[in-house]
Design a protein around this ligand. Structure first.
Ligand SMILES: Cc1cc2nc3c(=O)[nH]c(=O)nc-3n(C[C@H](O)[C@H](O)[C@H](O)COP(=O)(O)O)c2cc1C
Length: 324
């Protein structure tokens, strides 16, 4: 009923404008490595009017190119890639993605001056993830088309211990480019809250990890779905950053300082503390080993009660957003 009244009054879902791209729903599906946000998820999000991101970290250039092509085959919507600056193959993966003509490039856990040059050369919007107004300003000066402000609520590697709700208004003051809020956004009420803080859009990770189309194994999804709020843990990743995830036998070993060093090392990160192999542990979790893998998750996972299709997630988001 409320929905109808609002529709009659002309209340609409705001679009997200980012360079020349227009997303009908102001939602970016966060890149989730390794192999969690692949072509099926990114394409399903793009089909719903959001922005779908394929996570490139941990993939070979050939695999990333194949995923981009598969996503393009499935949708005419907006498809981008997320690549973590920390991976050794960052430049090769970015260049491969740009050659495949992705619509946008998102960098996680850092950014470089070069990537803005590469974006300019191919006319591709470049969007770094930042966690302070200072970094947002620097990114804008270097040519960012928008910034994603990730707070401590987010899943995966964390660049700050402050809430996105606190940092976002500061970033909004500091820059003129679009600002997207990420961390702890799982439903339409959360989206409305972040838009009210001044955001032009949101990025959501965990809600989409728990979708039918996410490429995480059923065991991963069920483990996360059944976890309790108190099962949330912060681990120290060998990348040199804290990471937010879910307690399991592997995180208990980390806590007990057990030796979990990898047998071999293929030097997949530019810099690594070699305490454990983060990419291998993420792949283990994604493929269903919920005991020994690393299960990344945002802080509000416990508000998610079921695995839904991306279509249903968007229907719910739009309804809740209009009602908020
Ligand atoms: C399983 C998982 C994997 C992630 N992998 C990446 C990644 O590869 N690169 C990145 O920049 N962010 C990564 N993130 C962060 C998300 O893209 C997103 O910003 C974050 O999850 C937002 O918080 P939320 O999960 O509370 O929505 C990951 C998050 C999760 C839950």
């Amino acid at each position: 009923m409320l929905l109808n009244i609002k529709e009659e009054l002309g209340v609409k879902i705001p679009e997200l404008r980012l360079a020349d791209l227009v997303a009908k729903v102001p939602v970016i599906q966060g890149g989730m490595a390794v192999r969690i946000s692949m072509a099926p998820l990114a394409a399903a999000v793009a089909e719903e009017g959001g922005i779908g991101l394929i996570a490139g970290s941990g993939l070979s250039v050939a695999e990333l190119r194949a995923e981009i092509r598969e996503a393009r085959r499935r949708t005419k919507g907006i498809i981008g890639v997320n690549i973590m600056f920390a991976v050794r193959e960052f430049a090769q993966l970015v260049k491969g993605a740009l050659e495949e003509k992705v619509d946008l490039l998102v960098s996680g856990a850092g950014f470089s001056r070069d990537m803005f040059t590469w974006g300019r050369e191919t006319n591709t919007p470049v969007v770094p993830i930042v966690s302070s107004a200072k970094l947002a300003k620097l990114a804008e000066r270097l040519g960012a088309a928008a910034v994603i402000v990730e707070g401590e609520e987010a899943g995966g590697h964390l660049g700050t211990d402050r809430s996105m709700r606190e940092i976002l208004p500061e970033v909004k003051e500091a820059v003129k480019i679009p600002v997207i809020g990420a961390g702890g956004v799982v439903n339409g009420e959360d989206v409305a809250e972040v838009l009210k803080l001044g955001a032009d859009g949101v990025q959501m990770g965990t809600r989409f990890a728990l979708s039918e189309e996410s490429s995480a194994a059923r065991e991963f999804k069920n483990y996360l779905l059944n976890a309790k709020e108190e099962d949330m843990v912060i681990v120290h990743s060998p990348v040199g950053l804290p990471g937010r995830g879910i307690r399991n036998p592997f995180t208990e070993k980390l806590k007990a300082n057990a030796d979990v060093k990898p047998q071999g090392c293929d030097g997949c990160l530019k810099e690594c503390e070699h305490t454990f192999c983060v990419l291998k542990r993420l792949i283990q979790a994604q493929s269903g080993d919920v005991e020994e893998g690393l299960i990344f998750s945002g802080s509000k996972f416990h508000k998610i009660k079921e695995i839904l299709s991306v279509h249903q997630i968007f229907e719910n988001l739009k309804r809740e957003l209009l009602q908020a």
